[in-house]
Design a protein around this ligand. Structure first.
Ligand code: ZN
Length: 193
């Protein structure tokens, strides 16, 4: 699975109402798993296994969101129509939430066996985006946990009872610099599609 980012829609995708500046709305991700076509995939090392997964993102006004069946969505979060379209990756809430949930989905996906390096990168992205969200006061650090696999940070999501658990991947400085560069690129790509 590739990370896929897009800027938020300027209108509600259901009722087509234009979001006002600073209006709150909901973004929801659904993850759709597809059986891949073996014959076409054999030469492509990135697509090992039988399944690929893809994300579809929906932006809905709060009225439309109230009428949705929430279980249908892999994850969702409240967004605010930003006055400024471009921000650095680590200050762009919309980008950070997307990165965080996409990385978590790779880590927690039981049905797909992701290559080791993909999984490692996902753990690093989940960690960096969680720290970014903490700096932006969206997540609050609540506790540490240890098990045989390593150290974990537990966060609570501001204004909710949601708890998220993120592994500390022990990133060294050169790796961090590379990851941040990659994040800037992913963040920027949303505006150039
Ligand atoms: Zn609507």
């Amino acid at each position: 699975m590739e990370y896929k980012f897009s800027t938020a829609s300027k209108t509600c995708m259901l009722c087509k109402h234009d979001f006002n500046e600073l209006e709150f709305f909901m973004s929801a991700l659904t993850s759709i798993k597809k059986q891949s076509d073996d014959e076409n995939q054999t030469n492509n090392d990135d697509n090992k296994g039988f399944y690929t997964s893809e994300f579809y993102r929906l932006d809905l006004c709060l009225d439309c969101w109230d009428k949705q069946i929430k279980d249908r969505y892999f994850s969702y979060w409240q967004m605010q129509r930003a006055p400024k379209p471009k921000l650095p990756a680590l200050k762009d809430l919309e980008f950070l939430w997307q990165l965080f949930y996409q990385a978590k989905s790779i880590i927690e996906d039981q049905e797909i066996e992701h290559p080791e390096d993909k999984l490692k990168e996902a753990e690093q992205f989940a960690y960096i985006s969680a720290l970014g969200l903490m700096r932006m006061k969206q997540l609050k650090h609540a506790a540490y946990e240890n098990d045989d696999d390593g150290e974990y940070l537990i966060f609570t999501q501001t204004g909710t009872k949601n708890r998220v658990k993120v592994k500390d991947p022990k990133i060294d400085a050169p790796t961090l610099a590379k990851l941040e560069e990659k994040m800037e690129k992913l963040c920027e790509e949303r505006f150039t599609e």
